[in-house]
Design a protein around this ligand. Structure first.
Ligand SMILES: [Zn+2]
Length: 222
């Protein structure tokens, strides 16, 4: 499908959208410059989005708008707002999401998938079900990355300390109950001893130089 020209009414519409959004980038991707000088189509034309309708337009900075063009970054051109929820192994990320999610939100959470596949407790990596859970989770994340989901909001939970570099996201929420609390939770859930090592890894990766006294917020303040 040929795209309409960037002329005629486009200039006026473009200016109206930039002013409406206060010249602030509405995408806020990982490399966001925040000051917007471009206008982005929220739902791409090839996915049936309107070229002219202002409700399908939003102010965008260059890095965010250009990042969307790449195949691997197609998630940026969908209307789905993705929240990445991070925490150490043993933090209750599903509970955090459950308290905030909307009825039609897509939730991609290891424990929820495991339960739906029949697990009745924590899985170790050697459990045959673990691979099935990972396959389902990867398939869901893959469809998010390709911009195929129609949910207006999606949540991805992860206990990987480097999750931001692995998954698509628009915003990050950190769930950090503290090292002692998660170690105790893992004991109570009868998780394998290996989990304590994962907890240590998480904390040392997230906070290489300071103690847990630092508020977690500082990691993500912009
Ligand atoms: Zn931006």
């Amino acid at each position: 499908m040929a795209k309409p020209q960037y002329d005629g009414p486009w200039r006026r519409i473009r200016l109206r959208v930039l002013e409406r959004d206060g010249y602030r980038c509405q995408i806020v991707g990982p490399k966001c410059r925040h000051n917007a000088d471009q206008v982005d189509h929220i739902i791409a034309i090839e996915n049936g989005g309107s070229w002219w309708d202002e409700s399908n337009l939003r102010a965008s900075c260059g890095p965010c708008n250009n990042g969307r063009a790449k195949g691997a970054e197609r998630w940026r051109r969908t209307k789905t707002r993705i929240t990445l929820v991070l925490g150490p192994p043993g933090s209750d990320l599903a509970e955090h999401v459950a308290a905030r999610r909307g009825e039609h939100d897509l939730v991609i959470d290891y424990d929820l998938i495991a339960r739906s596949l029949g697990a009745d407790g924590p899985l170790d990596v050697g459990d045959p079900l673990h691979r099935a859970v990972m396959a389902a989770r990867n398939a869901l994340i893959g469809s998010l990355k390709r911009g195929e989901t129609t949910a207006s909001r999606a949540w991805i939970t992860s206990t990987n300390p480097k999750a931001e570099s692995m998954f698509p996201w628009h915003s990050v929420e950190l769930v950090d109950p503290g090292r002692e609390v998660v170690l105790q939770a893992n004991l109570e859930a009868c998780r394998p001893a290996r989990w304590a090592t994962l907890v240590d890894e998480w904390y040392s990766t997230r906070q290489p130089t300071t103690s847990q006294a630092s508020p977690s917020r500082e990691w993500w303040a912009d």
